[in-house]
Each structure stands twice: as C-alpha cells, then as structure tokens.
Design a protein. Sequence first.
Length: 117
Amino acid sequence: QVQLVESGGGLVQPGGSLRLSCAASGSIFRINAMGWYRQAPGKQRELVADITRTHITNYADSVKGRFTISRDNAKNTVYLQMNSLKPEDTAVYYCNTRDRGNGYDYWGQGTQVTVSS
C-alpha cells in the first residue's frame, strides 16, 4: 500500500503562482513515476505532468512552459510549481503513482486550485 498526501492548493489571481506538494509513504519501493492529474467540473481527469525516479519529465501541452514538476526521492515527495496561472487551470489536482508490480493506481485526496480575479 502507498499513501499520498497533497497540500498547497488555494485561490490565486490570473498570472499568479502556486506550488503543490505530494508526500508518499508506505511501500515506496513499489513505485517509480509520480504525477499530477487534474479534473475540472464536467470534464474528464487529465494528466498534467509526471516524473520518473530518475527525473525524466512529461507535461501536457497546455501547461508546458508554465508548470514545473520536480521530485525529492529522499523525501518521497513530488512538487508541482505552477506559474502564469490561467482561469482554465481551475480544477481539483490529484497526485498519482502506480504500483510497478500489479499496475494498481494510487491517488491522493485531491486539492482544489482556483484561478480567479
């Protein structure tokens, strides 16, 4: 079992910044990549960015150049630095990782990000 605990969401004005954190605990040896997904009202959950244990990153086109994902393996924590936020970035953001053995997806509880003036 892996537990994911997120923090850092909130309300920010357009053009502002937020930093999300996700700390993993439990059977850490069973996971490799960690990532962030988001789900806006009435829309499907979508990948925002992910990062492997060796720091290879992948981003959705909509956030490239604005968001940066990073990882501290010693702390089992992944971060999402979000700059130049837009109203369309408003969503619940979920931390995710996958069991390397059985493919089971683990999810955090979600954190609300609202971009509004």
